[in-house]
Every structure is written in structure tokens, then in C-alpha cells.
Write a protein that binds this ligand. Structure first.
Ligand SMILES: [Zn+2]
Ligand SMILES: [Zn+2]
Length: 780
């Protein structure tokens, strides 16, 4: 199962486990389900000791039993190995015994139990308990299905990995097996009005949702839009061009099918893909593949061992790479690339934004179709420490039955994410698997980074810090302030303690954390809650924060900091247009899509990047000018200002809750200071983009992914480290710069900051002394 799946991959309350085949830690599953065969969904299945029945689709069974590791494929290809060692052959085997000197057929073992789509099938869980399971297409890759599980404890829909684009939703609305769980459609104008279907409906207990692209808030092109745009560009290239389609994992078959249809051609594939595609149920996929490399100019052969027609250094080859791209960027890319081709430019790379997972607007649309009682994530990014989960009540609450958001919130609280926030590392890279698996000539990485993903301002969004900033619109204010504090603590640790102090108590014990958690999670949607286990903290309402003698600093902090979950629920529910991102809705506070448009962010204004050249206030849009003074002077002033700020913040915390956090303004100063330091410092080294240790955002994918340990010396994708332009760029310039340069600049500035701090401690010991005096005064 993908990383972060709750309940140890069980579909609570049933003893059914999905996409996880390791030794269960607690309960023993009565039944295993497999949604599809991407590698992160078959964990534990290669163990020869596994001996349980698995329900899956017929295509998934074919793909699993024919699966070969990259190593096996390579050895067979090189004729170094005769027999195909299939990874999962033990799931279907015949046992032969020798009896009385003769070979005797002893047993047949066939653990994979395929059931056809749209065929409710009954499975016993125990003597007196059973469920009916129905498979539905998931629009993700060949063989991928969703499971509708119906039994005595209610109905649950498990999506596995899926792409709920409009065509998929239309099919769903017409599907008789799912129709009874569809919520009555709400009128787009009146919240109360129900456009009834007339038929009785039931409510899903829970949807187990594909949350792989939960934080992609911009809408993305449909598969058809993506392939149509690609074909339009391919048609403008010279008719003798040869194409290498980088379908590096299962799920890009729509690109192959569209090309085959448009150019009336077959596509050259390697032995392994040919074997798989010709054994699937899709007749078109079966028919489009060829093993004759000279029969076509379109190739999707093994990328690490491709045929001579699309050899690595051949300048005539045009590469087609799938990437993540928003709809807005795709339209811009199409216009720009079209213009280039019409001017006669020769291009060697084309991008295609074929999304295999749904972004947030589609997920909301999907949940809204059912309005279930509960939504459980199938994937949580480990580096986000549960914050992505904490976004879900705001993201999906408006589309669930009343109380649904509370159910998610209670689970998030039980998972204890508050305790993990201190471990956030804003610099950790969250890898984009599409970028990690690019193929092509020089420049492909830069091209993909220019257009790819829904990063608003550059590389930051592939980092934990950027993702965290994006989540602020969905998190309760209490959590965003804790996050801000954790990040500042981490930065403070990197600096000599004498210069930058923390204006809060970061030493919190377990009971204080519990108080924090209760206050944050119990306090939502304007409901006032008095934490039961925190005598002394008399929390009355979200707008008054009385200071109670004896309260811990954390308690005080929480009282001043805790807000509500951003709450536009009814508005969102009633007005959200079908398949439009809900941030189109005027008042709704959500990060804007990657066109860089304006957005109103209700969350506290916190700047996570110390290197930000300018600081823009997210609420009123005012811009602070960059400081342009000698660094020593600046630091002194900043420390003074911080003192004043933190004192006034404490005063304010006693009286009222302030929308614009005082911590922010001091943080702004730190940000500006860091920026100023970097202008004046010398001697740090240029560093290239850090090499990722592998694909971290586990998108499944099979052994063909870049994380495959064996490339066997073949020429590989040309990924050149981006050159640093110049770090002497004027700091007040706000114009966009190359993303790779931004990333490098971040690292440079971090190193410079440390360097400067060290120099400063040697040069101005008096500053340390005066600092200490001030601290003592404050404590008095
Ligand atoms: Zn998948
Ligand atoms: Zn080929």
C-alpha cells in the first residue's frame, strides 16, 4: 500500500486488507484485495510464504503473473538467461511430488481470484459474516479497479489509485451498481434545494480515497485533452520524425492508443510490454503493438535498452515525456510550442500532461457525488508529518454528510500529528516521479521543470516548505502557527542562539501537547470547546483569550493562536461548479493555480523562505522593501524590533486574538535580514541540485522506474545539473527566475547565513552581551 495508509491498510470495520501483503501486525485479514499492480500496491506479495486468496481484476492477474523484474528482462534480452523468472509465479503453481519413484501431481495453487467488472460477488469473511464485492474501472492503468464493498456494517468504496475525470464521472453516474450510493444532486444555486432522483439512496460509510495528488489544487487537462494537444503538436513535426514515447510505467496507454489511432500506425514495444499488452482484455491495446522496430516511426520500447531506431544520441528522435501540468499551463505550453513549430523550429521534446491521479478539484467532485460519512486517505506524504491529512476536513467536509469533517478530524487528532510537527524539514525534496523519469536530449529537465507540476513560484513546491505553505489555506490557524514555530525553531537551531531567540517556549511536554491538540481540534467551525483534561485553561471562545495564572506558555500560545478551520463549507457545496476548481468561487480561500493569479489566504501570513527578496503581506498585499544596510546594523535593529514585537504580541495575546500574527512580522524581519546578509557575504560555494536518493513520492510504478538499481551502463536520460546564473542578482528584483537557479540560491543563502552568523559572533561579542541583558530584563 502507498505510504501513510491508515489502519495498517485494513478497510475498517471489515477484516479486509487492500494492496498490502506483508505480515499483518495485529488482526488477521479474512480477505485480501488488490486494486492494481504498481509496485507500491503489491508490497509483501513476493514472499513465497504468502498463501491467502487475493481478489483482483483479470487484467491485474495477467500482469502480476507475467511480471518480470528489470534484471530478469535484461538478462533474457542479453540471452544470458533462458528462463523467465517471473516475480510472482509462486501465486499460481503446481506442486509435483515423487511417490514410489514416480512424479505425481500433488496440488495446484492459484491464489489470485479474478472477478469481472460490474459483477457483485459474495465472499465469506467468517461463518456468519460475508460481504459482496463489486469491481469498477479506476481509469488509472490496465487492470486498475475500485472496490465497492457491501456488508452488514455498511458500504465502503475503495478507489485504489484512480483518475476521476469528467468522462469517468459520467460513466459512474450511469453505473447501476453505484447509483444507489450517489447523493441527491444539489441545486447549484440553493443550498437547501435538492434535485432528487426519486429513487431511495443509501449513504456510503466511507470512501478510501486516492490522495496521491491531494495537494494539486489546480485543475489538470483530461486525458483526452492531453492526447489531443499532443497529436496537434506531433502533426506539425516533419513527417520523417521518429518518436520515442516515454511510457515508463503502466498508465500511459491512452497516449499510445491516441497516437496509433491518429497516425494509423503500430507502435514498437519491447518483448516484455508486448507480452503484457497482448494478454490484456483491451483489444485495441493488443492490436497496436509490434515487435518489428522498422515497421513504425513510433516507439515505446524499453527505455534503458531501446532499439536502434530511437538510439540515445540520434538527433532526429523526438521525445514525448508525460509530466504533471495544470490545465492553464498546458494551454500556454500548447500555444507557445505551436508557434515555435509553425515558425519551422525543430523541437526534440514534447510534453504531455497525462495525469493518472485526480487533483483536488476532481477529488472534491468525486466525494460530493456520494457525500459519504467518512473519507480515509489512501496515501499520505511521510515528509508532511500528517499535515496533508489535517487538511482533509476543510477539503472534503463540505462534500460529506453533516459531521463527516468531525470524523476525519477525530482520526487526525488520534494519529497525534501535533507531536510530529516539530520534525518537519522544510528543505526536504518531495520528488515528482514524472520529472525523475524523464528521457531525452540535453535540456529536457529544464523544459519539464519550466512547465511541469503545479508549482506556483518555482522549486519550492517540490520541497516540504512549499507544500506546507500551500496547505495553510486548509489548516486551522492553531496548526499553522505550530508549524511556523517548528520551522523557525529549526532555523534558530542553525544560528548561534545568542543572536536569534525564540519568543515562545519551545519546551513542551506531553501534557502540554495534549492540551494543544485538544484546543486545536476541538475548536472548529466556531464551536467553543473547553478542553476537559486541562484544568487552568479556561477556553471560552475563539475570539477571547484570557490568560489564566499558572497556565503554561504553550497553553497561552494556543489560546492566542487557535483559530478555526478555514470554513466556507455551505458556500463551497452549493456553488462549486462541476469540474471547476472551487477557488474560482470568489470568497473561497484557496491557493490559486499555477498561473500565479491572486489568492486570498485566510491562514496566518507566514513566509517560509528566508531567502525571499521581498515580503508580501498575504492579506492586504503590501510589499515590504528590502533592507539595504550593512548587516551588522541590521541585525542589531532586528533584535530590537523583535523584542518590541514579541512584547506587544504577549500583550495582545492577553486581550484579543489578532488576525495578523505578531510572530509573522518578526519573521519577516528575519527573512529580510537573511536576504541582506547574503548580499554582503562572500565565500560560499556554488552547489548543484541535490541528488535525490530515489523516488520518494511513491507512485507505485514498476521496476521500470528510475529507482531501478540497474541501468547496466546503458546511456541514460541526459540530466545535466543546471548552471548557476549569478547569485549577485539584485535582491529586490521580483521577476521570475529559472527554477533551478532559485533552488540553488536557497542553498547558497542557507550556507551564507551560517557563515555570516559565525563571523558575526567573532566580530561583535558585545552584541551577545547586550542581548543577554535584554533577555534578563524581559524575564523580570
Ligand atoms: Zn498506481
Ligand atoms: Zn523501438
Amino acid at each position: 500500500m502507498p505510504a501513510g495508509t491508515p489502519y495498517n491498510s485494513f478497510v475498517a470495520p471489515y477484516p479486509i486488507r487492500v494492496d498490502e501483503f506483508t505480515e499483518p501486525k495485529s488482526a488477521t485479514p479474512a480477505l485480501y484485495l488488490l486494486t492494481h499492480t504498481h509496485s507500491d500496491h503489491v508490497t509483501g506479495l513476493n514472499a513465497k510464504s504468502f498463501g491467502s486468496i487475493i481478489v483482483c481484476s483479470a487484467d491485474a492477474k495477467e500482469m502480476l503473473l507475467r511480471h518480470e523484474s528489470y534484471r530478469t528482462r535484461y538478462l533474457v534480452e542479453q540471452k544470458l538467461q533462458h528462463e523467465n523468472l517471473r516475480t510472482y509465479s509462486h501465486l499460481k503453481a503446481e506442486t509435483i511430488k515423487i511417490q514410489g519413484g514416480q512424479l505425481v501431481h500433488a496440488d495446484t495453487r492459484d491464489l489470485l481470484r479474478p472477478i469481472p467488472l460490474h459483477t457483485p460477488t459474495r465472499f465469506e469473511l467468517s461463518n456468519d459474516d460475508w460481504v459482496t464485492i463489486t469491481l469498477l474501472d479506476a481509469n488509472h492503468c490496465p487492470g486498475a479497479v475500485m472496490f465497492l464493498i457491501e456488508g452488514s456494517r455498511g458500504a465502503i468504496l475503495h478507489t485504489g489509485d484512480f483518475r476521476a475525470e469528467p468522462a469517468f464521472m459520467s460513466a459512474l453516474y450511469r453505473n447501476p451498481y453505484i447509483q444507489r450510493y450517489l447523493a441527491p444532486r444539489r441545486s447549484p444555486t440553493k443550498d437547501a434545494a435538492i434535485v432528487g432522483t426519486g429513487s431511495p439512496t443509501e449513504t456510503l460509510e466511507a470512501i478510501y480515497l486516492d490522495t496521491a495528488c491531494l495537494l494539486k489544487t489546480a485543475s489538470v487537462p483530461t486525458k483526452e485533452e492531453a492526447t489531443n494537444g499532443l497529436l496537434q503538436l506531433m502533426n506539425l513535426l516533419p513527417p520523417e520524425s521518429r518518436f520515442f514515447i516515454n511510457s515508463w510505467t503502466w498508465g500511459y496507454e491512452d497516449v499510445l492508443k491516441a497516437i496509433s489511432r491518429a497516425f494509423s500506425t503500430k507502435i514498437h514495444v519491447d518483448r516484455y510490454k508486448y507480452e503484457i499488452y497482448t494478454h490484456l482484455s483491451d483489444p485495441f491495446l493488443k492490436a497496436l503493438v509490434t515487435r518489428d522496430s522498422h515497421a513504425t516511426r513510433f516507439h515505446a520500447c524499453e527505455r534503458f535498452d531501446r532499439c536502434k531506431q530511437v538510439w540515445y544520441d540520434d538527433p532526429a528522435v523526438v521525445y514525448v515525456n508525460p509530466v504533471n501540468m495544470s490545465r492553464a499551463k498546458w494551454e500556454m505550453y500548447l500555444t507557445e510550442t505551436n508557434a515555435k513549430l509553425e515558425r519551422g523550429e525543430i523541437l526534440s521534446h514534447l510534453l504531455v500532461p497525462l495525469a493518472r491521479h485526480s487533483p483536488l478539484p476532481e477529488l472534491q467532485e468525486f466525494v460530493n457525488a456520494f457525500q459519504p460519512k467518512h473519507v480515509v486517505p489512501n496515501f499520505l506524504e511521510p515528509k508532511l508529518k500528517g499535515l496533508d491529512w489535517a487538511c482533509m476536513p476543510t477539503m472534503f467536509g463540505p462534500y460529506m454528510t453533516p459531521g463527516g469533517a468531525d470524523t476525519i478530524r477525530a482520526e487526525v487528532q488520534a494519529a497525534g500529528i501535533i507531536d510530529n510537527i516539530s520534525e518537519l524539514n522544510e528543505d526536504e525534496v518531495i520528488e515528482d516521479v514524472a520529472i525523475a523519469n524523464l528521457e531525452g536530449h540535453h535540456g529536457i529537465t529544464e523544459l519539464a521543470e519550466q512547465w511541469g507540476d503545479d508549482s506556483g513560484e518555482g522549486f519550492e513546491d517540490s520541497r516540504t516548505g512549499g507544500k506546507v505553505r500551500k496547505m495553510f489555506a486548509f489548516l486551522p490557524k492553531g496548526i499553522t502557527l505550530l508549524v511556523d514555530r517548528a520551522i523557525r525553531d529549526a532555523r534558530v537551531k542553525a544560528l548561534p542562539a545568542a543572536y536569534i531567540e525564540s519568543d515562545h517556549d519551545s519546551q513542551s511536554d506531553d501534557s502540554q501537547r495534549r492540551i494543544t491538540a485538544e484546543a486545536i481540534f476541538g475548536w472548529h467551525n466556531g464551536t467553543s470547546v473547553t478542553p476537559t483534561s486541562s484544568p487552568g485553561t479556561n477556553v471560552k471562545s475563539k475570539t477571547s483569550s484570557p490568560v489564566v495564572p499558572g497556565t503554561s506558555t504553550v497553553g497561552q500560545f494556543v489560546k492566542s493562536a487557535v483559530g478555526t478551520y478555514p470554513s466556507p463549507p455551505n458556500e463551497m457545496r452549493s456553488k462549486a461548479p462541476i469540474y471547476q476548481p472551487i477557488n474560482r468561487n470568489g470568497k473561497r480561500s484557496m491557493p490559486e493555480d499555477d498561473t500565479g493569479g491572486s489568492s486570498t489566504v485566510l491562514a496566518p501570513p507566514i513566509v517560509l523562505r528566508p531567502s525571499a527578496p521581498m515580503w508580501r503581506h498575504p492579506v492586504d498585499g503590501s510589499v515590504s522593501p528590502p533592507l539595504n544596510k550593512p548587516p551588522f546594523l541590521d541585525l542589531h535593529n532586528i533584535l530590537e524590533e523583535r523584542d518590541a514585537t514579541s512584547e506587544s504580541s504577549r500583550k495582545r495575546a492577553k486581550t484579543s486574538h489578532d488576525q495578523s500574527s505578531p510572530q509573522t512580522s518578526s519573521h519577516k524581519q528575519i527573512a529580510s535580514a537573511s536576504m541582506t546578509f547574503s548580499k554582503h557575504s562572500q565565500g560560499s560555494q556554488h552547489r548543484g541540485r541535490p541528488q535525490s536518493s530515489g523516488v520518494t513520492r511513491n507512485d507505485g510504478e514498476d521496476a521500470r522506474a528510475a529507482s531501478s538499481p540497474t541501468r547496466h551502463g546503458s546511456p541514460v536520460a541526459l540530466k545535466t545539473p543546471t548552471a548557476v546564473q549569478s547569485r549577485h542578482r539584485p535582491s529586490h528584483v521580483q521577476s521570475p527566475q529559472p527554477k533551478s537557479a532559485r533552488r540553488i540560491e536557497r542553498q547558497l543563502e542557507k550556507a551564507e547565513r551560517q557563515n555570516i552568523s559565525r563571523k558575526l559572533s567573532l566580530a561583535r561579542p558585545d552584541l551577545v552581551a547586550s542581548r543577554t541583558t535584554r533577555e534578563q530584563r524581559t524575564l523580570e
